[in-house]
Design a protein around this ligand. Structure first.
Ligand SMILES: Nc1ncnc2c1ncn2[C@@H]1O[C@H](COP(=O)(O)OP(=O)(O)O)[C@@H](O)[C@H]1O
Ligand SMILES: [Mg+2]
Length: 251
């Protein structure tokens, strides 16, 4: 379980008052839950992910992941706890390496290389199955460099990489924002398929109102430094993208 206790972030910016980005953020996310976070540009969504992943020490409060304080976990161990995918389709993958090499890198993440019991052919088989499950034919292109793929294909590989090694929580930050509408929908459907199949505890930031209403168990609206609204259960299910856009406009 992920527990955020009274998280606050103030960047001092050289002024005496500073600028408060987050204030009084409280959240409990159970294992396997899929939570959507929406909010305007500059609301502090990415800052919150930086806090959850331990990259940024909050000004106040604590992040507890399965009872462990993220601030006390050494940086080199954090990737075992948190996996993250971002908007930039170039960021999650290593362009000049092949699909196989990228997946092999992700697969070994957090494991001690010497202890790996997998031969190259065994790994090829595992990766081919995973790629096939994406349903976009990439299993036939394992030796192609990631640079030769389209943005949507790269993002699909980035997603797969993020879940190849175990982690306690998956953070998706506007993963479809750089893609055209059609590819954006298929990458989102793919992400959902992986999240549901693997039962990954996931937080996802999106600006896409259709994705925010169609996916996830719960949705939180970040505005004025805290979670201003929450939609869950039947209320979330009934919410349409245009109704959500209206709520968005009112905060
Ligand atoms: N390291 C930092 N130092 C100072 N200000 C920052 C820093 N990181 C983010 N900010 C500011 O915090 C605000 C929220 O940023 P961000 O979390 O990236 O917003 P969002 O992801 O919701 O669009 C922005 O005004 C941004 O400029
Ligand atoms: Mg952001």
């Amino acid at each position: 379980m992920l527990v955020l206790k009274n998280i606050g972030v103030t960047f001092d910016g050289g002024t005496s008052i500073g600028s408060t980005i987050l204030n009084g953020i409280n959240l409990r996310v159970c294992g396997g839950e899929f939570v959507i976070i929406i909010g305007g540009n500059g609301a502090g969504k990415t800052t919150l992910f930086n806090v959850i992943s331990g990259l940024l020490r909050p000004t106040t409060g604590q992040v507890m992941l399965d009872g462990k304080d993220m601030a006390k976990i050494p940086a080199h161990e954090r990737s075992q706890y948190v996996a993250r995918v971002v908007q930039n389709t170039m960021a999650g993958t290593m362009c000049n390496l092949t699909i196989f090499e990228n997946l092999a890198f992700a697969f070994t993440r957090g494991k001690r290389r010497k202890l790996l019991p997998y031969s190259t052919s065994a790994r090829r088989k595992i990766f081919a199955e995973k790629l096939e499950s994406l349903g976009i034919g990439l299993e036939k292109r394992m030796n192609a460099t990631v640079a030769s793929l389209s943005g949507g294909q790269r993002q699909a590989i980035g997603l797969l990489m993020s879940v190849l090694a175990p982690s306690k929580i998956l953070l998706l930050d506007e993963i479809t924002a750089a893609l055209d509408p059609k590819i954006s929908d298929s990458v989102m459907a793919l992400a959902n398929k992986i999240i549901v199949a693997e039962g990954r505890t996931t937080l996802m930031i999106t600006h896409n109102m259709a994705h925010a209403t169609a996916y996830g168990d719960r949705m939180l609206l970040l505005a004025n430094s805290h979670f201003q609204r929450e939609f869950s259960g039947p209320e979330k299910e009934a919410l349409t993208p245009s109704e959500l856009a209206k709520v968005f406009g009112e905060v």
